[in-house]
Design a protein around this ligand. Structure first.
Ligand SMILES: *[C@@H]1O[C@H](CO)[C@@H](O)[C@H](O)[C@H]1NC(C)=O
Length: 311
């Protein structure tokens, strides 16, 4: 824990979400149900795609990778939050806090690049259908995956490099339920203006940038679909509206956190729950329940699981 060498703060205290017992109980039930649902739904998607050879196509591989990342999105802050709900003193060690921020940004970066790769995949499938297999070949898929993980790691390391050695000497209370940069740097006993700018420039830029790239690519796809209006276009529209829903729900809260000047409202805590608990569940629901192929494959996997248990 070398970051704590020149600071007296060795742990942080979360204020949590609320003091009302009823709200805590409600959040406990709500978050636990969603956490379990997300872990089961996303594991089922990964397992189904890997085990069914008919789903071995770029779209499903990217979907399985997104589900894999969603397992991380669910696990990086909500188990600790659920565990903390009924604790009087919600403490988190300095190292734990740094680790949590590190993983939040790795996972967030990977998820963004994967969403862009999925948009690109739909763009090629819809706008250049004859070249789909040539363009989205296995090498390109691997390239997207490697790029996603590298960008996630670099994005996270760059920001963490600025904050691991910050001196902390004063208050150690975070009005939140997880560690993240905007509130964390405010506690350092040094001039934090430049650091806040760095966070806005890095996390803010990456989230606003990816959001616009995605929205523009969906607009291009929609315009193309409308021009060649045919039987396939309503199916394409339903896939696209699913993607756009995920993108808006995922990026809305993030853009709010990293570009809003002062995180002081209650609103951002509840938006944070939204990103941590709700979006990882929405992905499997939105992508799967509208997709016949996926539904059939999942039913088969479930039957196999039940049968193998009987033997
Ligand atoms: C991610 O995608 C690659 C191919 O692009 C695939 O081989 C791999 O199984 C996928 N990973 C998961 C966890 O689904």
């Amino acid at each position: 824990m070398d970051g704590a060498n020149h600071s007296v703060v060795s742990e942080f205290v979360f204020l949590g979400l609320t003091n009302s017992w009823e709200t805590q109980l409600l959040l406990f039930v709500f978050c636990s149900v969603f956490y379990v649902a997300s872990m089961m739904g996303n594991s089922l998607i990964v397992f189904t795609v890997i085990s069914d050879p008919r789903l071995h196509s770029p779209m499903y591989f990217l979907l399985a990778n997104l589900s894999f990342i969603d397992l991380g999105v669910s696990s990086v802050s909500s188990p600790k939050m659920i565990y903390d709900l009924f604790r009087k003193r919600k403490v988190f060690s300095f190292g734990g806090c740094i680790a949590q921020m590190f993983f939040i940004h790795v996972i967030g970066g990977v998820e963004m690049v994967l969403l862009i790769a999925m948009a690109f995949d739909r763009y090629v499938a819809i706008c250049k259908p004859l070249h789909y297999l040539a363009i989205m070949n296995p090498r390109v898929c691997i390239f997207f995956l490697v790029a996603a993980w590298m960008i996630g790691f670099i994005h996270s390391m760059v920001q963490l490099a600025f904050v691991v050695n910050l001196p902390f000497c004063g208050p150690n209370v975070l009005d939140s339920f997880y560690c993240d940069l905007p509130r964390f740097i405010k506690l350092a006993c040094t001039d934090t203006n430049r650091l806040e700018f760095m966070v806005t420039a890095n996390s803010g830029f990456i989230s606003v940038g990816s959001f616009f790239v995605l929205i523009i690519s969906y607009i291009v796809i929609i315009l193309t679909v409308q021009k060649h209006s045919s039987a396939g276009s309503s199916k394409a529209m339903s896939t696209l509206s699913a993607h756009i829903t995920v993108v808006v729900l995922f990026f809305g809260p993030l853009i709010f956190f990293y570009t809003w000047p002062s995180p002081s409202t209650h609103l951002d805590k509840f938006l944070a729950i939204f990103d941590a608990v709700l979006t990882p569940v929405l992905n499997p629901i939105i992508y799967t329940f509208r997709n016949q192929e996926m539904k059939v494959a999942m039913r088969k996997v479930c039957r196999q699981l039940v049968n193998s248990r009987k033997i």
